[in-house]
Each structure stands twice: as C-alpha cells, then as structure tokens.
Design a binder for this molecule. Structure first.
Ligand SMILES: Cc1cc2nc3c(=O)[nH]c(=O)nc-3n(C[C@H](O)[C@H](O)[C@H](O)COP(=O)(O)OP(=O)(O)OC[C@H]3O[C@@H](n4cnc5c(N)ncnc54)[C@H](O)[C@@H]3O)c2cc1C
Length: 462
C-alpha cells in the first residue's frame, strides 16, 4: 500500500464534490489548512437539471462543471480524481483508488464525507438493467439515447403494432424527478413532431406510475393537485396507488396489467452511499449515518458526514435529501473546522433553514411552497428558473442555460438531440449485438418500405 505525502498544516479531506462537498471546501478557503477534495468524477453535477439533459433541453456541459475549475482560485485546495473505498477511523486515513493505483492511503486531521446517494430499487436490483435511474451525467445521456433511439426505431419500423411499445415511455416514481421528467418528455414529443415523417411523435404514450395516492408526495395537497392537472393537460397518463410488480425488456407489469414499453425510467428512490459501513457508525433504517448536532460522527469529533448520506432530525422530522440541506451542512462543517483550527469557539448546533421546495411541470409551469406560501403556474416557474440559475456552479453556465431556456421558450427548439454512445451497450444494444451473429445475406435483406408520411397515413385513415 502506498501513502500520499502528508503536510505539516492540518489536512482536511473532503470526499465528494457534490453540493455538500463543494460548499464545505469553499467555507475553508481562508483556512490555514491543506484541503484535499476527492471525487470519483472530475465534475460537479447540478442534479436538479439532469432531467433536462435526459430530455434534450440542455447539453451535459451546461449543467456540470469541472471541480478543478470551480476551485481553481482556492490556493489551499487540491483536487484528486479517485474513488474512496474505505476509512480507517483510528488511523485517520482514507483509502483511494486512483486512476493508476489502487488502495492508496491518505491521512487526515479532519474528514468530511459528502458522498451522496445512488439509486434504490427497493430490493429489486434486477430492475436496474431495464429501468435506468437518473443520477449522473452519464445516466442522463444514456436515457436521452434510449428515448431518441426509440423514436428512430419507430420511424424505421413498418409494423405499426410495434410502434406502441417503442413509443410508450414509463416512469416509475411520481416524486419531483418523475413528475419533472414526465412533463419534460411530453414537451419533447411535441417539439419532435415536425422532424418525423412516418410516425407521429405526439402519439407517444407517457405513463407515470407510483404506489402513493398522489403525485409530488412531499408537497402540499393543493400543489399535488395542480401538478396532476397540469400533467393531465400535457397528456401524461398518471397511475397511482399501485407499485410496479415486474420490469423486463418488454415493459412493466402494474396491478396485474402489462404495459409494453421499450423505455422504462426509474425515478423512485435513492439509497445513501456506503459511508456508514466504512465508519461502522450508527445508521438510520435507510443506511444514512446518524450524525450529532454538529454533524460529526458519535465518538469522532474529527469526522463529519453531510448531505444525502447523513441522517439528522429537526423538530421531529428527518431532514430531506435536497441540495439546500447538503449545501448548508457543507458550509456548517467547513466553518466549524475553520473555527477549531483558529482556536475560536464552535458554532451553535446545525439548523436547516428551509428556503422552500419547487418542481417544474412542463414549459412555463411550476409549483412552489415556502413557509405558508403555495404557488403554482407561471410565477412559480419564474421563481424556479431564477433559483436554479443562481445555484449553477459557474457564471458561464448561468449565462448559457439562461440563453438556452429563452431560445427554447421562444422557438420551441431543443438544445441537444444527439444520440451519443458513452456507455457500454444498453439492453437494446445488447439485443442488437446478439442478433448480429446471424446477419442475413444482402440478397435476403428485408426491404424498407417507401416512407409513408404521417400526413398520408392520416389522410388514408379518413
Ligand atoms: C435527478 C435528481 C433531481 C434532483 N432535483 C432536486 C431539486 O430539484 N432540488 C433539490 O434541492 N434537490 C434535488 N435533488 C437532490 C439533490 O441533488 C441532492 O440532495 C444533493 O445532490 C445532495 O448533495 P450531496 O453533496 O450529499 O451529494 P451529491 O451532490 O450527490 O454529491 C456526491 C458526490 O460524491 C461523489 N462520490 C460518491 N461516492 C464517492 C466515492 N466513494 N469516492 C469519491 N467520490 C464519491 C460523487 O461523484 C458526487 O460528486 C435531485 C437529485 C436527483 C438525482
């Protein structure tokens, strides 16, 4: 095992360059300390806008920023690309798989774990193959590929009985991500109408499924109802009160009924990172680390866990897994460490200040709740747009996203409808690859019928 060199100034190791980790690093910018931020990706992702990449509204580079670039002006901070695989609490070391070496140890005086969460298939990990989740830029690009490829396949498919499965999109989970994604898909299909000749993209079926009795469970009932009405107007089929029983390559089974679909997207739940297991610390039922009022781990005042991977109650309720919690906790942990290093008294216990919750439901419509205020419609959408622009990591992204949104709002044109194969083959690709061993000879090749434009099909049907 190799060890990365230690320095004389106290070393603060931050694992994770998401909302929590970045906020912690920034809070330490004036501190006489060696700050090392480690992330397995070289970029910070603005997860609330991932669905816009998945539905071709924005491109990946508009919602992600290289961590190194974000922290370039912070001279006391080193950024490492690496995957942390464990923590030795008593030896005060983390273990990292670097691009060229594995199990490298790095000593710390203070440790902040901000490793976020991943998808949760609630005991059905076999669903993951057919129903990808949305957590990273790679996920968003992969989902975009699937959606766009489904339209391409439908355009080339002569057998109309197969169009149904190709143009049915199922979203499992009607929380904010599922609702935002379903509505964005409904907007996408409208914008594709003029580009296809043999299929009508607006005939696509978008099905949103949840076992809960209403969409947007964390919001007030009146806002859930407003979001539901808006989804109905957009043509999204909402199925509530039943969980998905089965998912395979041909679709889903819900309440005993099979819905044929080649594109199923999992937006149902998240599971925390394994930080609790590394630390052998007390965890809640979901596996999040139960932290002290100062966000440290019991018995280890030098280790802090923040964001989606931490568990803390406030006035009897667990803090939600949202960006604001992670950012405020990151800022708090960074400030606390700074004060310890300079010999100042610790700040009072962490308290989350809820600035409100929002979800966007298609073009120009959002729901917003903050304190007693409940708002839905265009004004809420303006507030949503302003807040999301404000929290993007860099000013160039703010300008670029603002211009893109305005352009899209005025012209209806999408940002990025590219099919880019970043990933290993998707299940569709693998099926294609399986079939590749029996490629027919050209003589026996099936012939694609002369394109029959949608208009002609519609005229014939009259
Ligand atoms: C699709 C989607 C939409 C969302 N929409 C909203 C929204 O509208 N509003 C809102 O407030 N919240 C939203 N959230 C939730 C919000 O994004 C999270 O609560 C927030 O990102 C949590 O911040 P974090 O710092 O704990 O984790 P993250 O931001 O997830 O960051 C974790 C970081 O740790 C890194 N990492 C993980 N494990 C390791 C390891 N072993 N080694 C090295 N690096 C590691 C990851 O690469 C990542 O960069 C959304 C989440 C998703 C997935």
């Amino acid at each position: 095992m190799t060890t990365l060199e230690t320095e004389s100034a106290p070393r603060v190791v931050i694992v994770g360059g998401g909302f929590g980790g970045l906020a912690a690093a920034k809070a330490l910018r004036q501190t006489d300390a060696r700050v090392v931020l480690i992330d397995r990706q070289n970029h910070h992702v603005f997860q609330p806008l991932l669905y816009q990449v998945a539905t071709s509204a924005l491109s990946p580079a508009q919602i992600a920023a290289p961590i190194r670039g974000v922290l370039q002006a912070q001279r006391n901070t080193t950024v490492l690309l690496g995957d942390v695989t464990g923590v030795e609490r008593d030896g005060r070391r983390v273990f990292i798989d670097l691009p060229d070496r594995q199990g490298v140890a790095l000593e710390y005086d203070y440790l902040i774990l901000a490793t976020g969460a991943s998808h949760n298939y609630f005991g059905h990990d076999e669903f993951a193959r057919f129903a990808p989740g949305l957590k990273s830029v790679a996920d968003a690009v992969s989902i975009r590929n699937r959606i766009l490829r489904a339209f391409e396949q439908a355009e080339a498919e002569e057998d109309p009985t197969r169009h149904g499965g190709l143009l049915t999109f199922v979203l499992v989970g009607a929380g904010p991500t599922g609702v935002e994604m379903a509505a964005a898909l409904a907007v996408l299909v409208r914008s594709l109408r003029s580009e296809f000749r043999r299929v009508d993209p607006t005939s696509a079926r978008i099905v949103l499924i949840d076992m809960a009795p209403r969409v947007l469970g964390p919001f007030a009932e009146s806002l859930s109802a407003a979001a539901r009405k808006r989804l109905d107007q957009l043509g999204v089929e909402v199925r509530l009160g039943h969980s998905v029983e089965h998912i395979d390559a041909d679709g889903v089974i819900v309440a005993g009924e099979r819905i044929s679909s080649k594109t199923v997207i999992w937006t149902a739940g998240v599971a925390p990172s394994p930080a609790g297991k590394w630390l052998e610390a007390p965890m809640d039922r979901a596996g999040r680390v139960r932290v002290q009022p100062d966000l440290s781990v019991p018995g280890h005042p030098e280790i802090f866990v923040i964001g989606d991977t931490a568990s803390r109650d406030q006035v009897g309720h667990p803090l939600p897994g949202v960006a604001q919690v992670a950012m405020q906790q990151g800022r708090y942990a960074g400030t606390l460490i700074h004060r310890r290093i300079v010999g100042k008294p610790a700040p009072p216990p962490f308290r989350y200040f809820d600035k409100g919750t929002m979800a966007v439901v298609g073009r120009g419509f959002a729901v917003l709740q903050t304190g007693r205020l409940r708002l839905s419609g265009f004004l809420a959408w303006l507030a949503w747009a302003a807040v999301h622009l404000e929290f993007l990591a860099q000013s160039n992204l703010r300008v670029s996203v603002f211009v893109q949104w305005m352009w899209m709002y005025v012209t209806g044109q999408r940002g990025s409808c590219l099919i880019v194969n970043h990933h290993a083959p998707s299940s569709d690709d693998s099926r294609a690859a399986e079939g590749a061993s029996s490629i027919p000879s050209h003589d026996a090749a099936p012939t694609l019928e002369t394109p029959r434009p949608v208009d002609a099909v519609k005229r014939a049907a009259r």
